[in-house]
Design a protein around this ligand. Structure first.
Ligand SMILES: [Zn+2]
Length: 249
């Protein structure tokens, strides 16, 4: 995982510079998977979001190929903006401005080699705000089309129908995804309904520990990898529909 050694032919990391010279301008979309290293309660590993980004971008690149769209995948960015989880050990955060700069400089680099479009497959909510600012700079200053794909936005309806409102961090949904791709990484005996400490209606929380005792939301014992398999397939198609519709404008 992350800078994977089982590269596929759409992985930039597997190419030589001669191959990349052609592959970058030829690709319909460059794809940057973006995750985080942060606490995910007591039953999931720290790299949940990065593992999700890596696997969901693989499924996306493969589904794009079956529509005759070429995606060229950059190595996964494992770190994100996770300061709100720093109360729990193992969390590694970039400052928001550092994360923003990393995205900008990755975008600038691929634009310099002829990329016209960059999709960021984002699997961590904390990355949203700095990603927006990076996309502003890349589009206005570097003429690179940016498609921030917040994966769960395209799955939200299906997840809410099945799991209710509290499917988020380390809960029903993320546990289902890790059980689908890496079942051995889930500490099943530690799965338990997460204990709410506070549930603010208007106030912004300071640390994630303000909200939950174990570190997650919802009830991971509801996890269902078979259901998630279907959600992944359908969400991937919805994302491709959106990308194609935007690219046609
Ligand atoms: Zn997560």
């Amino acid at each position: 995982m992350t800078v994977s050694l089982d590269y596929e032919d759409y992985d930039l990391g597997s190419m030589t510079w001669e191959e990349a010279t052609e592959a970058i301008p030829d690709a319909d979309l460059l794809v940057l998977p973006s995750g985080s290293v942060e606490q995910h309660s007591i039953h999931l590993p720290l790299t949940v979001d990065t593992l999700r980004a890596e696997n969901l971008s693989r499924v996306l690149a493969e589904a794009a190929a079956s529509r005759d769209r070429s995606m060229l995948r950059l190595p996964t960015l494992p770190y994100g903006y996770s300061e709100h989880h720093m109360q729990r050990a193992g969390t590694v955060t970039l400052r928001a401005e550092t994360y923003q700069r990393v995205l900008e400089e990755v975008g600038e680099s691929v634009a310099a080699h002829g990329a016209e479009r960059l999709a960021i497959v984002n699997c961590h909510g904390g990355n949203r705000a700095p990603m927006k600012l990076a996309a502003d700079r890349l589009q206005r200053d570097h003429d690179l089309e940016v498609y921030p794909i917040h994966w769960t936005d395209f799955a939200r309806e299906q997840l809410e129908d099945r799991f209710g409102d509290d499917w988020g961090h380390a809960g029903d949904h993320e546990t289902s995804v890790i059980e689908l791709f890496y079942p051995d990484l889930v500490r099943s005996e530690k799965k338990e309904p997460q204990t709410t400490v506070a549930d603010y209606e208007a106030r912004q929380y300071t640390w994630f520990t303000d909200l939950t005792e174990q570190g997650g939301l919802g009830d991971p014992t509801n996890a269902d990898s078979e259901f998630m398999k279907q959600v992944v397939e359908e969400t991937t198609e919805r994302i491709l529909d959106a990308l194609e519709s935007d690219m046609a404008q």
